[in-house]
Design a protein around this ligand. Structure first.
Ligand code: T6T
Length: 360
């Protein structure tokens, strides 16, 4: 079995370039009022990151509820995931900045449309003015979300979306297709000679991770030096991700690169790498930058993280809801940026600001 030693520094530069070239940058037009969380002042090797993930865009302070009091509910894709926790921090901060908005946060303990649907239905029955929701399934989540819209509730789709998103105030998400492609480019830069690569994904039918898988697979298939192994699924559960990654490594001891499409997939992949004593020998790219992912980066089980902007998504979502409730002009589609984090640039202000929070 021959393995390449990972060249992390070169990869960092290439991966950042790849994301800068293909990811959507912040392109929202809506006014925002929430202040960004304080940046750390660590000196930094700058990485020309496309966008700091937890910072809110320039503040205008022009939004108001026009004297009305509003109730908003945020339904997370899965409860307690640092990605959605960070988004809830942006939602709460923006709601507080605008004023007269209460925020309730809900979510299921597993990523499962049959768990999330009754939660959406119960929230609809409570009649908030707006719901921000990350649907668990592109198709099956349409029914409860359409019911919320029919009840006159403004719905903002955050992170994940629906195949039929008609009636939503706005869809706000990262460029997930570009993210998947960037993950492959990072592996390619570290292992230019090629070899076997694999994606560890959550569950089919999730808009974000479907797109990441597609971006990765399309790029890998287009490069004859690489062999794309069948994507493995983990139900958004780190222990299943560890199992399927271990099985893939056992069946293919010559895997050179792994793309874990989200936080739980990356936690599991990192655990499997550690267990197989392959730390630093297989290049692992993980989407998202929660506390566990940062540890994995530091201990060398994961080489690169693609951090999204959940805080910013939350800020934008509140703005879109307020605009729709007050007769303002909304933006049907808002793309948010990403930052590629490696061990080398982890201490930079951009990377530190991009890290997700375990609490607000
Ligand atoms: O990657 C994020 C989110 O974008 C995705 O839709 C589901 O997984 C996360 O929440 C991370 O766990």
């Amino acid at each position: 079995m021959k393995r390449s030693v990972v060249a992390v520094t070169a990869v960092a530069a290439a991966a950042v370039l790849a994301m800068s070239a293909c990811s959507s940058s912040k392109n929202n037009n809506s006014p925002t009022t929430a202040a960004a969380p304080p940046a750390t002042s660590a000196p930094a090797p700058a990485t020309s990151a496309p966008a700091p993930a937890t910072s809110a865009p320039a503040t205008s302070g022009t939004l108001s509820t026009n004297g009305n009091s509003y109730k908003f509910t945020f339904i997370e894709g899965i409860l307690g995931d640092p990605f959605y926790v960070t988004m809830s921090c942006g939602i709460k901060a923006e709601a507080a900045n605008i004023g007269n908005i209460s925020v309730d946060v809900q979510g299921g303990k597993t990523w499962d449309v049959t768990v999330q649907t009754p939660i959406i239905n119960a929230v609809t029955a409570a009649k908030p003015d707006a719901i921000m929701v990350a649907p668990n399934d592109v198709k099956a989540s349409r029914t409860p979300i359409a019911a919320a819209m029919s009840a006159g509730i403004k719905v903002v789709l955050v992170d994940t979306t629906l195949t039929d998103a008609s009636g939503a105030v706005s869809q706000i998400a990262s460029d997930n297709l570009a993210g998947g492609k960037a993950a492959f480019e990072a592996i390619k830069e570290a292992v230019p000679g090629g070899g076997k690569v694999i994606a560890i994904n959550t569950v089919a039918g999730v808009s974000t991770t479907d797109q990441r898988q597609k971006g990765f697979e399309d790029a890998a298939k287009a490069d004859s030096a690489f062999t794309l192994l069948p994507t493995q699924f983990d139900k958004d559960d780190a222990s299943i991700a560890a199992q399927v990654t271990s099985a893939a490594l056992a069946a293919n001891p010559d895997i050179v690169g792994i793309f874990a499409t989200n936080l739980f997939s990356a936690s599991g992949a990192a655990a499997a790498i550690k267990q197989a004593n392959l730390t630093g020998k297989v290049f692992v790219v993980g989407f998202d930058a929660g506390p566990d992912q940062v540890k994995a980066l530091q201990d060398g089980t994961v080489q690169a993280l693609i951090a999204q902007e959940p805080y910013n998504i939350g800020v934008q979502a509140v703005d879109q809801a307020v605009l729709s409730l007050t007769g303002g002009t909304t933006n049907p589609q808002i793309g948010t940026g990403s930052t590629i984090i490696t061990k080398d640039n982890l201490s930079s202000p951009e990377s530190q600001q991009a890290l997700y929070k375990a609490s607000c």
